[in-house]
Design a protein around this ligand. Structure first.
Ligand SMILES: [Zn+2]
Ligand SMILES: [Zn+2]
Length: 89
């Protein structure tokens, strides 16, 4: 895990808000530059909500795949040691 980003860019998702700049939680751009934020309300637009939902789904699929991969790795390691054990008899 990396530490907090220190690039200081106003359009950075991490640094922008830290400096009091608002940026889109979907694409990281300034709300004026993207179509995801309703400038009047500061809320996500329909396109923004859709993009965010898509991103969250992709992210959770990625995490699921990673967990599955790790589980598979542990299973293979267990098989390996079981094999090694049998051969030791
Ligand atoms: Zn940054
Ligand atoms: Zn955006």
């Amino acid at each position: 895990m990396k530490g907090p980003c220190m690039c200081g860019a106003t359009d950075c998702r991490s640094c922008g808000p830290a400096q009091g700049y608002r940026c889109c939680s979907v694409c990281g751009k300034a709300p004026e530059d993207c179509e995801h934020i309703d400038l009047d309300t500061g809320e996500l637009t329909e396109a923004g909500a859709a993009a965010q939902a898509k991103w969250e789904a992709a992210e959770s699929a990625r995490i699921d795949a990673e967990i599955e991969e790790r589980r598979e790795g542990a299973r293979l390691a267990a098989d390996f040691w079981e094999e090694a054990c049998r051969h030791a008899d």
